[in-house]
Design a protein around this ligand. Sequence first.
Ligand code: GLC
Length: 546
Amino acid sequence: MTSNPWWRSAAVYQVYIRSFGDGNGDGVGDIAGIRSRLGYLRELGVDAVWINPWYVSPMVDGGYDVADYRDIDPTFGTLGEVLAFIEAAHDHGLRVIVDMVPNHCSAEHPWFRAAVAAPPGAAERKRFHFRPGRGQTGELAPNNWRSSFGGPAWTRVADPDGTPGEWYLHVFAPEQPDFNWDNPEVRSEFLDILRFWLDRGVDGFRIDAADRLAKDPALPDVAAVIEEAPGPERGYPAAHEIYRGWRRVADSYPGDRVLVGEIWLELRHRAAYHAPGELHTSFSLDLMCSPWDGPALRAVIDANLESSAATGTPLTWVLGNHDATRVVTRYGREDTRFVQVGGTGGDHGRPAGHSDHALGTRRARAAALLMMALPGGLYLYQGDELSLWEVEDIAPELIADPVWERSGHTDRGRDGCRVPLPWSGSAAPFGFSPDHADSPPWLPQPAAWRSLTAAAQSADPDSTLGLYRAALRIRRAEPGLGDGPLTWLPSGRDVLAFGRPGEFACAVNLSAGPIELPAHRSVVLTSGPLAGGLLPPDTAAWLRAA
Ligand code: GLC
């Protein structure tokens, strides 16, 4: 490993493959669609892409239900196309991070099919969590765990003779059975899958639900009261041993391959995964969950900096992803947080309500400059560079996210942030699919996105795309940005002002009125126009300090 590996400072672009670009005209994004847009990503100025799962899958949960970890779903293309894509991305100077989904597979995975076909107690069942039910005839689930998508975390199977049999655990949808990570076969299978992809040139893995693999082997009930520490269904110590094994494999390859965990735990529990020899890093989801509020953001930044200093792990900031309400919509609302209640509560209490998109856009642009000036790396969710908003009026019959059904139609789920990107033109499919495509985009795009297409914004330096391009270009050239120290500058309570090495400074105004800029020699970039030399509310400035 080099002393300053790329992932300590990288700007990574998240490609939600179904919705990025459709090469073959079936209305669903694919590998050809990403490949033909590598030039866009290079021009945007990112260092790497993370691609959501592209493996063979029945697509019950957008590909997070994997039936074959070593092959590509035909909807997206072929393994050959993926290999050519990885090479092409490298030729464009982009690294490739793939999604690894180790907590669960698809109910169609050969191992799970074999488990269901085998009798209770069989070795095939021991790769999953099968248990007899409680109650007189086993009619009650083995414990009280709830699925993160709503409803119980257990489903009962029929024995081979048709009578009701054991239950199996799925902390997400029933079509996503959880692997039993105490089984050595499961552990060695995944080490082999990691090697399969590392041998094919991927630069790292985003580890899905990384804190859910290891469970308390007794599978006890979850306490009714939210506990201080992670419960028996997540964060169990065995996880650390698992990731030490993964790390050894990743580090045995040249080129600084990275393991990035998706861990929805409080910071101090998440940091446990950064122990020496475990994950290289995990998403700092706290920025995304924080309200647009000076003291709250500052507290989140300070806590993350402290944790990063303690473990030596760089920060990886996130404002949006394929699970969260789009940042423009969040920041245009009264309640600007993202709330991922999830977990065993099975409650997705995402704040809702009217959103002022113009206000949200102003704030999201300021937040982008904030995020890019903070120490560490960052993940940009596709479409945030175009200021896309959450599509909140998808017709119920088109909603694909299992959360909608599992919540008894009380939570519309995550499709609103997964609508196919608008690339060009003045009407759907906005260049997402080729002209004369066979099918419309898998989710309908709002007509109003005509002004937000990449083509429309490309020509305009004041557009959000223009801002992202300029900011990423500056960030790359500026030695003081990325991983490194931060110094807070004196400021009012509702202002975030800090310096980075090289006399670089960033100021963000979260107060209600305009403020003086901190002392500076020149203004490098702003997220919106200054007003008579003052920094208006909801605006950020990058400065060359005095
Ligand atoms: C992660 C993914 C999410 C998926 C879930 C189950 O949270 O980001 O999209 O539904 O894991 O795999």
